[in-house]
Design a protein around this ligand. Sequence first.
Ligand code: SF4
Ligand code: SF4
Length: 180
Amino acid sequence: MKSFMEEVAATPGGENIRACIQCGMCTGSCPAANKMEFPPRKIIAMIRAGMRDEVLSSNSMWYCLSCYMCTVRCPQDVKPTELAHALESLANQQGFRVKGTRTPAMYRSFVSSIKGNGRVHEVGIMLRYYLMTNPLAALKMWSQGLKLFVHKRMPLMPNKVKGKQDLAKIIQKFTEIRTT
Ligand code: SF4
Ligand code: SF4
């Protein structure tokens, strides 16, 4: 059986984890570190220690903003941003759910829009997202949405691409590869 470290290293985005020297530059650069249960350097130490459940049930990767500060500053090219996404993927595949994070709902809304239209449809994404999380929160965004609509930046109906069935096949194939 693979160790947790080997499992992470075999996941796209986690390949360079063994190069980490625990210098802490990633945590020192991370604008979301104070929201995370375990900041980037510590998460890597925990992965090395085989703390699978603690890592995959934590909120840390879900709070990553993908700002890439850690990635550009890491002296070892570990790519902690990609590592965060690898951990999201593993947590999702293994059924770990984290209270208080809405990121998975946003990802699911995004993928659903791409599968259905072949491209992003902002209104559809936000409708799905708020229905899955907190419909009342959508009310706070109405003025922002109205401005975007008036400036023709947020069409009500999706603009579908040609050949979206082909795109759906690509997504399906990718999903099969990721789960085998
Ligand atoms: S900056 Fe890179 S080498 Fe340093 S602790 Fe973070 S991941 Fe490891
Ligand atoms: S990419 Fe994520 S982990 Fe890296 S510094 Fe930004 S928020 Fe922190």
